[in-house]
Design a protein around this ligand. Structure first.
Ligand code: C2E
Ligand code: CA
Ligand code: CA
Ligand code: CA
Length: 279
């Protein structure tokens, strides 16, 4: 047993070294990636639960490394966060998303919301609200076309200044959505103090909503509580017809997920929008 233990430890060590090596590589590669334009935003459509009209898109970051291939955001965003590289990267994300939203607006897609994920470090910066206002101005984008997705943990750490920023963003007219809702162990009652328009029920609840009665109960409770507070609810990770039926029955407002559409490059989204136009 002792022998086995030592071996296991060695294996663990080797895996850990490999993992650390990979992290170091990615960190170095991240440095070059922005200047080499290896990043791209994909856009995943969001749909109205009743009309199935396309109501908005969520911008999702993609890193196409010339030799390592496509690297998932879950693999490099935590690294970029710990190294501080997330700051220039998230500036690029926000600017690219606003630029594209302005372009869509010029083409006549007036009701489309552009949702952008905001990282903790980005939101904590003292000039965050100003940088958003500057971008809206630069691209002549109405604030109501932009939605910022913030997680509960972002709001709970530095709570006082976070709430102040939310009020400043609200004054600008920017929408706020709480991302991955339900995973943050926070009390639901804090919602009533926050100027937010939308919550996104986390995929982990939607995944088993049909066969797990706890997930079903949580999902129903989130929707009903949000509606009492006049907050819109979107379900993420919707993959099946049964999930759609359940969510509709319980009055979820919007859907996002593979059942409807995967995240796609800008050009593909424009094709989809073009084909949806009925006028
Ligand atoms: P998220 O904000 O919760 O984004 C939703 C994730 O679920 C995306 O993964 C999306 O591709 C995936 N997804 C959407 N529909 C389905 C579905 O039906 N089934 C399944 N299994 N997955 C679905 P992605 O693009 O890999 O992004 C992962 C996470 O990385 C995001 O989670 C977000 O936290 C972060 N992220 C992505 N882009 C950005 C960004 O520009 N800035 C920041 N700060 N974070 C980002
Ligand atoms: Ca998100
Ligand atoms: Ca999410
Ligand atoms: Ca999620």
């Amino acid at each position: 047993a002792k022998q086995l233990g030592r071996n296991t430890f060695q294996w663990y060590n080797r895996d850990l070294n490999k993992e650390l090596g990979r992290q170091l590589t990615l960190r170095n590669e991240l440095q070059k990636a922005l200047t080499n334009k290896e990043f791209e935003l994909y856009y995943q459509p969001q749909f109205d639960a009743q009309t199935l009209e396309l109501t908005g898109v969520e911008a999702l970051l993609r890193w196409k490394h010339p030799t390592l291939g496509m690297i998932a955001p879950s693999d490099f965003i935590p690294i970029a966060e710990s190294s501080g590289q997330i700051i220039p990267l998230s500036e690029w994300v926000l600017e690219t998303a606003c630029g594209f939203a302005a372009q869509l607006l010029l083409r006549g897609y007036h009701q489309l919301l552009m949702a952008v994920n905001i990282s903790s470090l980005q939101f904590q910066r003292s000039n965050f609200v100003d940088s958003v206002a500057t971008l809206l101005q630069k691209y002549q984008l109405p604030a109501g076309s932009l939605e910022l997705e913030l997680t509960e943990s972002i709001l709970l750490s530095h709570a006082d200044s976070a709430i102040e920023k939310l009020h400043q963003l609200k004054a600008l007219g920017v929408h706020i959505a709480i991302d991955d809702f339900g995973t943050g162990f926070s009390s639901l009652s804090y919602l009533k103090h926050l100027p937010i328009q939308k919550i996104k029920i986390d995929r982990s609840f939607i995944r088993d909503v049909i066969r797990d009665r706890h997930d079903a109960a949580i999902t129903k409770a989130i929707i009903s509580m949000a509606h009492h507070l006049q907050i819109t609810v979107i379900a993420e990770g919707v993959e099946t017809k049964a999930q759609v039926a359940f969510l509709r029955k319980h009055h979820c407002n919007e859907f996002q997920g593979y059942y409807f559409a995967k995240p796609m490059p800008a050009a593909e989204l424009e094709l989809l929008l073009g084909s949806q136009q009925t006028e």
